[in-house]
Each structure stands twice: as structure tokens, then as C-alpha cells.
Design a protein around this ligand. Sequence first.
Ligand code: COA
Length: 160
Amino acid sequence: MRTGIFPGSFDPVTYGHLDIIKRAEHICDRLIVAIAKNSQKESLFSVEERLELLKLCCKEFSSFVEVVSFDGLLVDYCRANSVSFIIRGVRSVSDYEYENMNTAVNKKLAPEIETLYMIAGADAYLISSSIVREVASYHRDVSEFVPSIVSEKILQKFEV
Ligand code: COA
């Protein structure tokens, strides 16, 4: 069985992430969508909130997707859970450069784990979780970028 992992902060999950998850069905038998910690980022949603939203948004993929969160290094999680490759979405040259750095570190730590880059869908270059947070913070509609449950929850975060 080919198990892949799609790790990220998912703060919050966007249509860009869901596009990658949907397309990953063609390349793995089982996909773990994992909320991991990026030590450079402060989050708006707690891990529990992100987990709940991701689970709701991944319901339609439940036959092959499992949603989890973990602490610690990604490669350690992969080894402990028989994950053979990491999937990362790439939207732009700057994403590519950033991903290459992470991939190189992961490769040093665990040479047997491959990283696959999936080119983001045509509309996804406009989307990022921080753009969604920024727009929502001004009480503007973000339903073009995220599922309705996410847009509802994020607007609640900025209610006064
Ligand atoms: N469509 C739309 N947006 C996308 C996207 C796509 N296909 N792919 C990525 N993005 C956006 C995300 O929304 C996010 O936006 P933001 O920066 O505005 O929040 C950004 O691109 C990238 O974030 P994400 O994919 O969530 O990754 P990350 O850089 O926040 O997290 C981890 C990277 C969590 C996977 C990494 O830090 C990790 O592995 N942590 C565990 C500890 C570890 O092993 N560290 C060593 C790593 S070398």
C-alpha cells in the first residue's frame, strides 16, 4: 500500500489545499493529511479547531484520507506510520525555493522518504491561508477561497 502524507499548518484549510488532496487520490492508496507545527508561524486557529475543520472539509475523501495532527519532526512521524512519500503543493517559484530547503533537510534526516511536488491548480496561486486570514480580519467574504464552514468560523474569529 502506498501511503502519502500531505503536511501543513492548515490555518485554515483552503480550496488550494483541497485541490491537492483530491488530486493525490491518483497517486496514493492512503493519504494522511497532517497538521504539523511550523515553528515560524503563530496560528489563528488552535490545533483542535484546525483538526475539526479539516475533518469536515475532507469528509468526501474519507475512503482514502485520514486527518491527524502531530508534534515533532515530520520524518519521524512518517517513519512511525509507514509513510513513503511527502506531498507538497507548489504555487510559485518562491514556494519552490522554500520547499527545496525543507525537502533537502528531510532528505538528510530520512533518505528513504521521497517528497513529491504537485503544481497547484490554476486558481490556487491567489490563495494562501494568510491572505484568507487577512481578508477575513476586515470582515470581508472569503467564500471564494475556503469552504463555507471555514468562512463561517473565520469570520466568527474576527467578530467584535
Ligand atoms: N494552494 C493554496 N495555498 C497553498 C497551497 C496550495 N496548493 N500549498 C500551500 N499553500 C499555502 C498555505 O496556505 C500556506 O499559506 P500561509 O503561509 O499564508 O499560511 C503556505 O502556502 C505554506 O504553508 P503550509 O503548506 O501550511 O506549510 P508550512 O510551511 O506552514 O508548514 C510544515 C510546513 C508544517 C509541513 C513543516 O514546518 C513541518 O514539517 N513541520 C514539522 C516539524 C519538522 O519536521 N520540521 C522540519 C521541516 S524541514
